[in-house]
Design a protein around this ligand. Structure first.
Ligand code: ADP
Ligand code: ZN
Ligand code: ZN
Length: 727
């Protein structure tokens, strides 16, 4: 027998596949990791195919040496999924393996060991004398028992610790890095499902297997529906996947799921160490955990016999992988659900326009939950016009109303969230006198300010405009970049509300492992308190004591330069508003804006998704944007500008040929520098197109073909289908 082995899945730009002889006695299967001779070395590879004969001279072939695990990384489903990924996203075999094989195995990551310290239990018998500093350390350890050496060194004098160790008063030992991802107290809630929840579960049961959109307002109790559905699936001997947005991975959700499913849960997300990830992965692989909760990549969890796949907050963009390997977790979920004849449930209070469109067109069964679980009112939203604040002499980032409500909230010993989305803060300009923001003449998107060549540009059609110094509407010269960050908000809060604990959660404060969970836990345990944050605080969290949400600058997300900007702003603002008044307290929201009349805010404050959807879908239709077309971007990058320019010119030429042959496929086609012209030393060029839905499949195959054909070492190229980020 012979086999095809793929090697070097990490580094190479192309799949490296070689034939080897497969010794019968090894009893190997497709997908097993093996050791093979290569040049004068032994290297790792994965068996892609087993075959009777090789087209090559078999006397020159070498033999597989041995297998490296007692299992295979591929099965019938993953082999099919691999074909799907290759066809849909133009991935290579190596990319697919990266998705199926845990990092720690691929990269040979060394396990981390940490040094721990404890008291010598015989310490009293050692008849030693200690000075004050040393006594302090000993007293500390009497209470703490065990602590990491580095942590102890942070707390006390290093030389004293050293002396104690040398005197044998302290014992140092090594241990594998902590392998228990979450150490939180479980809470056991007895819950009687509401009639809405019962109804949702009934619809799912009666239509199994199928695809569902669970459209439930914030705090309608979607989690309990998921739990019930997963229970049913486990009772049938099947398995379940629950995907949540990365930062929505909240301690509350884990508590709830752990209290119901105990050790049956495996958790996969980027906050875990490599060792922990491997532990979780093996638990799943060996059938010990039958429920997987995780972020995007958990969709590739090695579960068999799946009964349900759930995507919570389905509108969230974190479900798209925008770096290689590129994929969209929702589409992978659709594939796996279909293959396993499992249910697929998308949950959201603000479904993406595309998903709701699919539900309206009966591709998904629509289940609605319009009331909050505890029959609380949805929070009242106050829209504040920040221009009139300025006119009335309040130049602070907090409106008078927000300041007042903050003080009231604090006096009631409750909690407040202050939300400021920093994304794109410098990516648009506006008139401070009338709120005017320049937009493209051909597309309904805000223009992006490019400092380098002092131009305003449209990221959609490539149109360029002169930078304005004077507002074309009110002739004011008061034109500024929008730019305040969360850090500044915290500073200002401390000025106006001294002595009130303020927590901050954003990319900068959550770089350490589990730090976002710690912030949330600490905040939950402090009353009164304020939590300031970016979109990280908006998603999924179930706060019990938050009664006020302040949105500092709602316009930041609205005027992001993207046709999905309004949709995302509506989602985000509805989600963040939904964090208020989730249990016993009544909630209020203060939404600060320079464009208070904006349609999206009207829909946010009245919780009118339908109205928002109707307008948005109509706009997409008349402008032929998704879901009425496919956006395709060919993104090429290289450290050498000339190389990438030649590449993209060649590619564009071929696309133009393709367009002549398939004229009706193309709604729009152009080539340009990418908005971010240079990133990580790479010059970036792109071809943008919008394709008709019905004819695009073979055209897309052709585009993939061109990219493979033109592939060269100097230039990196991706053909992105419906990319979420066009920067
Ligand atoms: P969603 O995910 O829809 O935003 P959650 O599932 O987080 O909402 O539920 C919001 C709150 O309501 C949580 O505190 C949850 O414990 C509570 N809850 C949900 N269903 C019930 C129920 N049937 N009875 C009592 N409390 C419930
Ligand atoms: Zn103006
Ligand atoms: Zn444009």
């Amino acid at each position: 027998m012979f086999c095809e082995v793929i090697v070097d899945i990490l580094n190479s730009q192309v799949d490296k596949i070689f034939d080897y002889i497969l010794p019968e006695e090894l009893k190997l299967k497709v997908g097993q990791r093996v050791l093979v001779p290569f040049a004068n070395r032994k290297i790792e590879g994965y068996i892609l195919k087993i075959k009777e004969a090789s087209e090559l001279d078999s006397s020159k072939l070498k033999s597989v040496i041995c297998s490296l695990d007692d299992f295979s990384y591929l099965n019938d489903e993953t082999i099919n999924l691999m074909e799907f990924l290759i066809k849909t996203y133009n991935l290579r075999y190596a990319d697919c393996l990266r998705l199926f094989v845990p990092n720690v195995i691929r990269k040979n990551v060394k396990e981390k060991f940490i040094k721990l310290v404890s008291l010598n239990p015989e310490i009293e018998n050692l008849s030693l004398k200690f000075n004050e500093k040393q006594k302090e350390i000993i007293d500390f350890l009497k209470i703490t028992n065990v602590i990491g050496l580095s942590e102890l060194n942070d707390k006390f004098s290093q030389s004293s610790i050293k002396t104690l160790i040398n005197k044998n008063a302290l014992k140092v030992f090594e241990q594998k890095e902590n392998r228990k991802p979450y150490n939180i107290k479980l809470e056991n809630k007895q819950i009687t499902l509401t009639s809405q929840q019962q109804n949702a579960i009934k619809i799912i049961k009666e239509n199994t297997p199928n695809k569902f959109l669970l459209f439930g307002v914030t705090a309608s109790g979607k989690t309990e529906v998921y739990i019930q559905v997963i229970k049913d699936v486990l009772n049938q001997g099947k398995t379940a996947i629950l995907l949540v947005p990365e930062i929505g991975l909240t301690p509350q959700l884990f508590k709830r799921f752990s209290s119901v499913f105990g050790d049956n849960i495996a958790i996969l997300h980027s906050g875990l160490s490599q060792g922990e990830k491997l532990d979780e992965w093996l638990k799943i692989k060996r059938g010990k955990s039958r429920v997987v909760i995780g972020a995007r990549s958990a969709i590739f969890a090695p579960l068999e016999n799946i009964g349900v796949i759930i995507l919570d907050e389905e509108h969230d963009t974190s479900y798209y992988s925008e770096t290689n390997p590129r994929y969209y977790a929702k589409e992978v979920a659709e594939f796996r659900a279909k293959f396993n004849k499992a249910n697929l449930i998308l949950g959201s209070a603000t479904p993406s326009i595309e998903t709701y469109y699919n539900a309206k067109n009966k591709d998904y069964i629509l289940i609605e939950m319009k009331q909050r679980a505890l029959a609380q009112k949805l929070p009242e939203v106050f829209i504040v016009d920040m221009l009139s604040e300025i006119r009335r002499g309040n130049a602070s980032m907090f409106s008078k109303l927000l300041q007042m409500k903050l003080i009231e909230c604090i006096n009631r010993k409750e909690q407040a969230l202050i939300f400021l989305n920093r994304r794109g803060f410098s990516s648009f300009i506006r008139c401070l006198d009338c709120g005017y923001i320049p937009k493209c003449e051909d597309c309904d998107v805000s223009l992006v300010y490019h400092k380098e060549d002092e131009k305003l540009k449209c990221h959609y059609c490539g149109n360029r405009y002169k930078v304005i110094n004077k507002c074309p509407v009110c002739a004011s010269n008061n034109i500024k970049l929008g730019a305040i960050g969360t850090e500044q908000v915290v500073e200002k809060l401390k000025e106006i509300l001294p002595n009130i604990p303020v927590f901050r959660m954003d990319n900068d404060t959550t770089t350490n492992k589990n730090s976002h969970i710690k912030i949330i836990e600490d905040f939950n345990n402090t009353k009164p308190a304020i939590l300031v944050g970016t979109q990280m605080i908006a998603k999924g969290h179930n706060f019990n004591n938050v009664s006020l949400v302040g949105i500092i600058d709602a316009d930041l997300s609205l005027h992001y330069s993207d046709f999905r900007a309004t949709d995302r702003a509506f989602n985000l603002l509805t989600q963040v508003s939904g964090r208020a008044g989730r249990t016993n307290l009544e909630g209020e929201v203060v939404l600060q804006t320079y464009t208070p009349k904006h349609f999206a805010y009207n829909c946010v404050s009245t919780y009118d998704y339908e109205k928002f959807y109707a307008k948005e879908i109509n706009l997409r239709k008349v402008t032929s944007f998704p879901p009425f077309s496919k956006i395709v971007r060919v993104l090429a990058s290289s450290e050498e500008e000339l190389a990438v320019r030649e590449f993209i010119t060649e590619f564009y030429k071929k696309v133009l040929e393709l367009k002549t042959e398939n004229y009706t496929d193309f709604i729009y086609l152009d080539v340009m520098k990418s908005p971010v012209k240079r990133a990580k030393k790479q010059y970036r060029y792109q071809i943008l197109m919008r394709l008709n839905l019905n004819t695009s499949e073979k055209t897309i195959e052709k585009l993939f073909e061109i990219s493979r054909e033109l592939n060269n070492k100097l230039v990196q190229c991706f053909v992105e289908i419906d990319p979420q980020n066009l920067s």
